[in-house]
Design a protein around this ligand. Sequence first.
Ligand code: SF4
Length: 292
Amino acid sequence: MIQELQFSYRSDQKPVFCPGCGDFGVTAAVIKALTDLKIPRHNVVVVTGIGCSSSIAHQFATYGIHSLHGRLLPVAMGVKLANPKLTVIGAGGDGDGYGIGLNHLIHTARRNFDLTYIVMNNEIYGLTVGQYSPTSLKGMKTKSSPYGAVDNPVNPIALAITAGATYVARGFSGDIPHLAELIKNGILHKGFALIDVFSPCVTFNNYNTYDWFRERIYKLDSSNHNPKDISKALEKALEFPNNGIDRIPIGLFYEADRPTYEEEDITVSKMSVSEADKPSRELIEEILSRYR
Ligand code: SF4
């Protein structure tokens, strides 16, 4: 029974997503990836920020931290520094990760922490009821841009590649098996993995709908792309409607081998929690008793 439980990743918490929200597909894809990888759930930590999508932490029967707006990556790095053996997954939205948290994305990528970061990119602020976000297309009309968004959108794929991320992919929550495969390979990858996910907001984004994405996306594979070639990866990253191209690639854009931060920083291996330093049951009980 205990053996089975450690590979059971879905919690008993009711989702707060609107019916049809793309974040349901992301939840299912993460569970499929963990199930395929059979990582005991006590070794998995899901760290989220703030936004509709960040409530995803409650959907998993793993450890989880629902942290601060835009700050999930520093928290995830802290978890990884404390115990590099854990599988740490960051998850949040485009406002959280590409707006207020954008600087953390750049620094986590250049350090190449061994983390998997899933960004549910719906190109709008859902939780605050429909303002344009850092990835909204130029000209998009929303409650906060009634005459059309003036800003150019952030290009997360190009940004992550140039910042130093060593696994950069994009999925679609309307294609769960494909997305689960990207997440699984992102977890297996040694280094920082960014997985940007088109995850439609069915309540506030009437423009970037499931159909809008289905009409435009195509898959990268060995017949049309080499993810080891950084120049080609950047070329693919620039294929986007805002650049006048109406086809959008999904799949693995870029992958590279580079030592992780945890491997390069000798203090991490000396100071992090190891098997030998495991706190005693008495100490754990004593700490827990302070919160009862
Ligand atoms: S407001 Fe949009 S992003 Fe938020 S739960 Fe509803 S559909 Fe999903």
